[in-house]
Each structure stands twice: as structure tokens, then as C-alpha cells.
Ligand binder design. Structure first.
Ligand SMILES: *Cc1c(COP(=O)(O)O)cnc(C)c1O
Length: 210
């Protein structure tokens, strides 16, 4: 169920920040309720769940973001239906998208800020090169960087993690003379900290529900 005070909750979020509702907790009805409250950007993690929701909600003017790990062998099922990919995490996936996609796709490179082997995402020291390589693909339109912070980290550690991504973005813009305007970071537990570090897109799940 969507929280009853959803509109007043949303009014606490700065106007220039895009709320992407993580729809893994939402069914089609919840999505309609969120849409009526003013959310138009939805992010799904899984291909099958995405396709189901996409089909049943065709009548709404939604922007669909894909925010979970996208397997290369499933990319063809979603790649021409989404408006934005937050989880571009390998050059092989970029290459695949370049073949499959009909028009340039807004993409965030997902960065493994803590270089955790277990996590998806490009390692900090490889991001500059990945951006460079992606610039060669005409169907990849890079708009920024994305990260997931370590769960339950202390707030000074979260500050550090989000600031790393912010500084990395600035460094890449300077070195490559390009613009990467967006930072997709911050979830229900940590979005207020992410906003201090210039998040432009916050991906909210549990906090939208009760
Ligand atoms: C589920 C999910 C979110 C939202 O998580 P909450 O903690 O419920 O806000 C954000 N990003 C991704 C990639 C997710 O899978």
C-alpha cells in the first residue's frame, strides 16, 4: 500500500530532484496511486516484472527506468521499451545495447564505489576508461553515474561514499571535456545524505509505502 501522506512526503523533496520510484514493491495499482500523486518515473529491477507492468500500464504516460542488473541475454526484451538505464555495468552490455537499441538511450554507468567484488558496477579506477569507450557507441547517451551505498553504513561513511561519486563525476567531466549532469544515488534510508552530495535522481522504494 502506498503511504497515505504521499503527496506531502513528495513535497519535501526539492523540485530539481527526480524521484524514481523503485517499483519492485509495487503492483500496477500502487503505480497508478503513485502516478496520481505526481510520480512519473518508475524503476524496475527485473526483466519479467518490468514487462508485466509495462504492458498493463501502457495507458499512463510513465517514464520507465531500469535500475537492476541487466543480463546481456535478456537485454533485447526491454531495451527499446525503457527510457533510461541506471545500471550500465560493463562494456559488453554497452556493446550489446548499441546493437539492439533503435534510438540513443540515456544511461548511467553504475559504479562500485567501494570496489566490492560481490557488487555489480564498474570499479572506481576503471570508470574513466568505460566512459571513454561508451562515447564511441552512438546508441549510448551517457547522462551520469549511479551507485548503491553500503547498507546500514554510518552517516559519515555514507557522506564519504556519495562524495566519492560526486568527485569522480567532476574529474571525468574535466578530463574528457564532456558533461555528465546526473548522479543517481540515494535510497529510502540514505537519500537525505545523497542530496547533500548533489544527487539528481533518488531511487525510492520502501519509504513510499506503509
Ligand atoms: C530497491 C531498490 C531501490 C530502493 O530501495 P529502498 O531502500 O526500498 O528505497 C533503489 N535502487 C535499486 C537498484 C533497488 O533495487
Amino acid at each position: 500500500m502506498v503511504r497515505e501522506d504521499i503527496k506531502s512526503f513528495l513535497s519535501t523533496i526539492p523540485n530539481n530532484v527526480t524521484v524514481v520510484a523503485a517499483s519492485k514493491y509495487a503492483d500496477a495499482n500502487d503505480i497508478r496511486t503513485l502516478y496520481d500523486a505526481g510520480i512519473t518515473n518508475f524503476g524496475e529491477n527485473r526483466v519479467d516484472a518490468f514487462l508485466e507492468k509495462y504492458d498493463s500500464l501502457q495507458s499512463l504516460k510513465l517514464s520507465w527506468h531500469f535500475i537492476g542488473h541487466l543480463q546481456r541475454n535478456k537485454a533485447h526484451k526491454v531495451i527499446n521499451k525503457i527510457d533510461c538505464l541506471h545500471s550500465l555495468d560493463s562494456l559488453l552490455l554497452a556493446e550489446k545495447i548499441n546493437v539492439l537499441r533503435e534510438t540513443p538511450l540515456d544511461c548511467f554507468i553504475e559504479v562500485s564505489v567501494n570496489n566490492e567484488e560481490s557488487k555489480n558496477g564498474v570499479k572506481m579506477e576503471c570508470v574513466l576508461n568505460s566512459v571513454k569507450e561508451c562515447l564511441k557507441y552512438e546508441k549510448i547517451h551517457l547522462v551520469g553515474l549511479m551507485m548503491m551505498a553500503v547498507k546500514n553504513a554510518a552517516s559519515d561513511s555514507l557522506d564519504e561514499q556519495f562524495e566519492k561519486l560526486h568527485l569522480l563525476r567532476n574529474e571525468i567531466e574535466e578530463k574528457l571535456h564532456i558533461s555528465l549532469p546526473y548522479l543517481s544515488m540515494g535510497m529510502s534510508d540514505d537519500y537525505l545524505i545523497a542530496l547533500k552530495h548533489h544527487a539528481t535522481h533518488i531511487r525510492l522504494g520502501r519509504i513510499l509505502f506503509k
